[in-house]
Design a protein around this ligand. Sequence first.
Ligand code: NAD
Length: 305
Amino acid sequence: MAAVILDGEKLAASIREELSREIEALRKSNSVPYLTAVQVGENPASKVYVNQQKKACNEIGIGYELKQVQEDITEKSLVDIIEGLNNDKKVTGIILQMPVPKHIDARRVQRRLSPLKDVEGMHPFNMGMLVYGDPKIAPCTARGAIELLKSSGVSLKGKEVVVVGHSEIVGKPIALFLLQSQLESATPTVCHIATRDLASHTRRADIVIVAAGKPNLIKADMLKDGAMVIDVGINRIPVLDAQGQPVVDENGKKKMKTVGDVEFDKAKDKCSFISPVPGGVGPLTVAMLLRNCVECVKEQKLEIV
Ligand code: NAD
């Protein structure tokens, strides 16, 4: 069986189109989404994410500003900046870029963000709304993985879903999304590093969602025939030649490629649906950040009323 490849780029494009219309309507009522990202010090990894955010916001009509602060800023001064943004009427969304230096407790600072401006959906209030089954602003990657899953058109009702990974930003919120409906929820099992015999869980699953950050963790023989697979993992690994040796470029640098956590080439012949890496959940994470930006503005308007 050849799987249907779940195209994250295409789905993200249609979500962005729908959001552009919503942003246009918000503009007409004088509500302009405006995202401020706060970055502590320089970090090459978060620079890529910042550029991606800026581009995505600009394209869709969301204002974007990057506030860079010194690496040695105290936690108290950082909280003051966050609270200043909470009180700034122009700013409708705030991101604290990760990672922050070791002397700052990221969670403690994130808790000081207004939940109505928490575009990453990580504030305990927004996590709590997800537990209540009424998420308005929710963790972007988890929401993206669920959107991609639902785009298959397959009903989740009663399905055995195995989630591999139990982080706060991906695995745990995915499990909560799967339990949202009173009568039509899936039956999630959450596996993690301490799970005994991972394959015994994945082999009985109708749907496997993997977010572990381990290339080739899920082999084709760990999946049942016709399973659906959502691969959230992003891993950079060396490109190998036919002899299994790393391929180098003209400067002698190892060529690298991006892969997920699933042995894609073999798994795709066994599954009904599978998401690729890149081009699967990744584009949806960005689309869900934009959606959260719009939801924040709507929630702020409701609070004013
Ligand atoms: P994390 O390191 O916080 O959590 C990893 C999880 O995987 C943990 O629950 C851990 O127990 C589990 N795990 C690790 N090895 C395992 C194993 N051998 N067997 C079973 N479980 C195992 O990572 P995260 O932030 O949740 O991210 C997970 C992956 O998703 C990473 O590859 C990350 O790059 C990727 N990611 C992708 C996007 C996207 O936009 N597509 C966004 C965020 C994270």
